[in-house]
Design a protein around this ligand. Structure first.
Ligand SMILES: *Cc1c(COP(=O)(O)O)cnc(C)c1O
Length: 385
């Protein structure tokens, strides 16, 4: 198969040419004035995406590195931690806390559903002595394509002092997240999802309340220690060698994002979600996520069980050069996932949906070619013409 492959994964995502070109530059001194200008510009941009005035540190790691940074900086061994899990990434955050000696209690939902916030409220109300030190929660669960409506947390927690730590790796810049208004204390993200940059940078934002928790934390730390990061950031540097090329890319992608405007970006992702969901339903397939909590970043489609998700993915790859994600763990071969975050064009989705119809027919699924496409095209037409 010749030609460029279509990457429709929930990360890494396609990179705009502007970003690719910006990264193709020589190295500079990471302790010099040029780097300082870059990191300061980036910090301002990232804060706009986070809708925060608080500190953000950027680490040279994948998103999981910053999840670990959150655990080692803000909690102590033995601390009671309430982990809210609705899928693979919720489990991962809980596991990291466990590995570092926290006393982790898990609240979960069936995979494919959001968390019932009443469960969190009930648990917190029972915690009369404020033993729970932190609540870990995933904003957008990439493994299922379901988001938790975390703006409700503020009200659910009332005046309970637990630190709220959010995995927003696949949601930031795809789904609205108002860190300050919603009183989220620690928010983690990564470069390779909606930021339209290659993998390799993670972000951790934290407020004053988190800083106080840091002061009391007895967890050993070195590489992730925020006091080092904050000291160096004041000078326009990072404690250790940064991933300079990806910083170039991030500088350019943030310029693109600010030119487009956050509201437009978020609306665009809502529209992608609608195109994919309505078109796939028209093909006669079922969706894993309920409409109320369906992710604007990734859609999990339930494969006809006599065909299986992985055969569909293989035909998409072999015949049409389109890369979709599979289901993880218990959802393997049950669902396939269409990533639609970051640098995606509407017509790319149309191509993907057209190929999906052909793949389904090839695998013996009873469907009339064009039925889903017609729906997608109608939505696009109504939006444009
Ligand atoms: C991608 C992702 C991560 C981080 O994964 P890495 O492979 O470490 O970058 C964490 N949480 C969620 C919800 C994600 O989608």
């Amino acid at each position: 198969m010749t030609g460029e492959q279509f990457l429709l994964l929930p990360g890494p995502t396609p990179i705009p040419d502007r970003v690719l070109r910006a990264m193709n530059r020589p190295m500079i001194n990471h302790r010099g004035p040029e780097f300082k200008n870059i990191i300061f510009e980036i910090m301002e941009g990232v804060k706009k995406i986070y809708q925060t005035k608080h500190n953000i540190l950027i680490y040279p790691s994948s998103g999981t590195g910053a999840l670990e940074a959150a655990i080692v900086n803000f909690i102590s061994p033995g601390d009671k931690v309430l982990a809210v899990s609705i899928g693979v990434f919720g489990e991962r955050f809980a596991t990291i806390a466990q590995k570092f000696g926290a006393d982790v209690e898990i609240i979960e939902s069936e995979w494919g559903k959001p968390i019932d916030f009443q469960l969190i409220r009930d648990r917190v109300l029972k915690d009369v002595n404020n033993e729970i030190k932190a609540i870990l929660i995933t904003h957008n669960e990439t493994s299922t394509g379901v988001f938790n409506d975390i703006k409700l947390l503020k009200e659910v927690l009332g005046d309970h002092p637990a630190l709220v730590m959010v995995d927003a790796v696949s949601s930031l810049a795809a789904l609205d997240l108002k860190m300050d208004d919603w009183e989220l204390d620690v928010v983690i993200s990564g470069s390779q999802k909606a930021f339209m940059v290659p993998p390799g940078l993670s972000f951790m934002a934290f407020n004053e309340k988190a800083l106080q928790a840091y002061e009391n934390s007895r967890m050993p730390k070195f590489y992730w220690d925020i006091s080092l990061g904050l000291d160096y950031l004041e000078k326009g540097q990072t404690p250790f060698t940064p991933a300079i090329s990806i910083f170039y890319g991030l500088q350019e992608s943030l310029r693109m994002m600010l030119e487009e405007g956050l509201d437009n970006i978020l609306n665009r992702h809502q529209f992608y979600r609608q195109i994919v969901r309505l078109s796939v339903k028209e093909m006669g397939l079922n969706l894993l996520a309920p409409e109320s909590n369906a992710s604007p970043a990734v859609t999990s489609v339930i494969a006809p069980n006599n065909i299986g998700a992985n055969r569909i993915r293989r035909v998409m790859q072999d015949e049409f050069n389109i890369t979709l994600a599979g289901g993880q763990k218990s959802l393997d071969d049950v669902v396939f996932r269409i990533g639609h975050l970051g640098y995606i064009r509407e017509l790319d989705l149309l191509s993907c949906l057209a190929a999906l119809e052909m793949a389904l027919v090839k695998l013996g699924f009873n469907l009339e070619l064009g039925c889903g496409i017609k729906k997608a095209q109608t939505l696009l037409y109504d939006n444009h013409c």
